[in-house]
Ligand binder design. Structure first.
Ligand SMILES: [Fe+2]
Ligand SMILES: [Fe+2]
Length: 259
């Protein structure tokens, strides 16, 4: 089966990019399932009902989140009602939602998706390394096809997780930095890996935000409120080909499309 994974969708420009490319990619590449990181989809922070509906119409099958998961309160209701939005498994305390889900792809294969968050330069979280193994064990009773979105800041933590998960999951992709890394590969144990999928959102921006405000923060120290950037978009993701029988990744294709 083929799974398209799309990195942090930022606001209107990002959602428009989904409309422009997900359907076409599904057709061109015979995609069976689409995972989208939706933590920034509603004006840069969180996910509202209308952005959820839009992205579903654009072809997303499910959503992973990150540190901005609670940016819009209504996401709690969406999680409960729809069952296809997950938040990082290893968040602290008794937060709503769940950290994994098992769904059925277009070709009938069951796919498990786990969302994790890093501990370095990030919101407080429990160890993702401790949390993930038990979750994999549970999902493996149903299917060997398992995808992990590791939402983390630093490359070292993400690479360590990739090697930690090698042979245990079909693929691990990173999200959060909004910058695509050029290291898509299949690890020795058959796990597809990329450190970060990159952002789907406005090109002419600093991580999706108005660049002038961010430059000002660095130059003069002013703390003006972030504004979402507009203009042309970019689409960042990866297509993973996975063997349905043993869950191993056989091919990985990095996608970077400019409007
Ligand atoms: Fe993000
Ligand atoms: Fe994030």
């Amino acid at each position: 089966m083929k799974v398209l994974c799309v990195g942090d969708v930022v606001s209107r420009v990002g959602r428009d990019m989904l409309f422009k490319y997900v359907d076409e990619l599904k057709y061109q590449k015979d995609i069976d399932f689409v995972i989208v990181n939706g933590e920034n989809s509603s004006h840069g922070r969180g996910m509202t009902r209308s952005t959820y509906n839009e992205m579903k119409r654009a072809g997303a099958d499910m959503f992973t989140m990150g540190n901005h998961v609670w940016g819009a309160k209504e996401v709690v209701h969406i999680m409960e009602k729809e069952g296809d939005v997950i938040r990082p498994l290893n968040m602290q305390g008794t937060q709503p939602g769940r950290g994994s889900v098992i769904m059925t792809a277009k070709n009938g294969t069951k796919i498990g998706i786990i969302n994790l968050i890093g501990q370095v330069n990030m919101v407080p979280a429990n160890s993702p390394f401790d949390a993930v193994l038990a979750e994999i064990k549970k999902i493996r009773e149903v299917t060997p096809v398992i995808f992990v979105d590791f939402h983390a800041e630093v490359t070292s933590e993400k690479m360590a997780m990739g090697y930690f998960l090698d042979g245990k999951v079909s693929a691990m992709f990173g999200t959060h930095t909004h910058i695509q890394t050029a290291d898509a590969k299949i690890l020795d144990g058959g796990t597809g890996y990329i450190t970060d999928l990159g952002m789907t959102g406005p090109i002419d921006s600093v991580l999706g935000m108005n660049k002038n405000i961010i430059i000002d923060r660095f130059v003069s120290g002013t703390q003006h409120k972030f504004e979402i950037a507009t203009g042309k978009g970019q689409f960042c993701g990866c297509v993973f080909t996975v063997n349905d029988d043993d869950g191993k990744c056989t091919d990985i294709e990095r996608l970077y499309i400019e409007e």
